[in-house]
Ligand binder design. Structure first.
Ligand code: UDP
Length: 317
């Protein structure tokens, strides 16, 4: 098959590209970002990178026409951006998704859209089922621009599905692993990683009782490949996550233990890590029934195992 991955130079996209290449398929990545995460794939004759944005209409059109299956991962992701550059988040995530879906519709190509657990917001009724409510804060809090942009993208997906486009929505829950972000940037795992490797205290925001279900990238990729292959999931939204809920304080403690670092934990105010415009989510855990039943995938890498592999990778960098 010919696989187009928008945002394929990013963390998840780079692992997804690798997985499809390993299957023997042709992969094209459309991504204007640096290619450091996919450089190791360049020698493969079945792999190609186009360093352009999904907002480049003619290029997108040609690539969608070429492909058999489109993964739309291109998005501005990461809390630092939600609170730092909400304009970019809204523009790329909403307009980009509309462009990709419209092109796929013109060429009758299936799309797998990467959405997020963030769309459930601060709903406290965990686990989140795919039809759970979204509970978001005020639009004056920038954090919510990301959830809003992805929810708009999902609505576009379902609107196109009603017009006949084969489309699947995947909602990822805190995926992590090698190549996640640069150390000290992006998500909590990479922020802690930088602190760990320098022996500095790990900055746990608040009392650290907020929880997440961190999902190792290999598990997320297996689900993502299945979503592309299975026709019966078209028109559906599916959570992609692990059931292993962990408090951030516990995550920090485990990372210290696994890495053998001399770091300790400190509790910091959210302002110490993010500017204003940040609001935390107290608990985030998926219902994984659809992932299991519709995609036939269950997260099998434990948090300790996944963190161990991730720490090793970052130490080697
Ligand atoms: N967090 C933390 N210290 C940091 C960065 C993040 O305690 O230096 C917490 C953050 O408050 C949140 C969790 O880690 O509760 C996950 O944050 P991340 O930005 O990785 O993703 P989120 O799940 O909030 O989108």
């Amino acid at each position: 098959m010919r696989i187009l991955i928008t945002g394929g130079a990013g963390f998840l996209g780079s692992h997804l590209a690798e997985a499809w290449l390993e299957r023997g398929d042709d992969v094209t990545v459309l991504d204007p970002a640096s290619d450091v995460k996919i450089r190791h794939l360049r020698a493969n004759p079945k792999f190609r990178v186009i360093r352009e944005s999904v907002l480049e209409h003619d290029i997108l059109e040609g690539l969608v026409a070429w492909s058999d299956l489109v993964y739309h991962l291109a998005a501005v992701v990461g809390v630092e951006h939600y609170v730092g550059d909400p304009y970019q988040v809204l523009t790329v995530n909403i307009n980009g998704t509309q462009e990709v879906l419209a092109a796929a519709f013109r060429h009758a190509k299936k799309v797998v859209f990467s959405s997020t657990s963030e769309i459930y917001g601060r709903n406290t009724a965990v686990p989140f089922h795919e039809d759970s409510d979204r509970v978001l804060g005020s639009t004056l809090i920038d954090r919510w621009c990301y959830a809003t942009s992805k929810a708009a993208g999902e609505h576009f997906c379902f609107a196109f599905a009603r017009m006949g486009l084969p489309v699947v929505v995947l909602r990822y829950f805190n995926v992590y692993g090698p190549r996640l972000d640069q150390m000290d940037r992006g998500r909590v795992v990479t922020i802690f990683m930088g602190q760990l490797l320098r022996g500095e205290p790990l900055t746990v925001i608040g009392d650290g009782s907020q929880t997440r279900a961190f999902t190792y990238v290999d598990d997320a990729v297996r689900a993502t490949v299945e979503a592309g292959l299975r026709r019966e999931v078209e028109g559906r939204a599916i959570n992609v996550g692990s059931e292993e809920e962990v408090a951030i304080r516990e995550l920090a403690a485990r990372m210290i233990k696994l890495s053998g670092s001399s770091s300790r934990l400190i509790s910091v105010a959210k302002e110490a890590v993010y500017d204003q415009g940040y609001e935390d989510i107290p608990r985030r855990v998926p219902s994984v029934r659809r992932m299991r039943e519709l995609l036939g995938v269950r997260a099998r890498v434990t948090l300790d195992d996944g963190l161990g592999r991730t720490i090793e990778w970052f130490k080697r960098q």
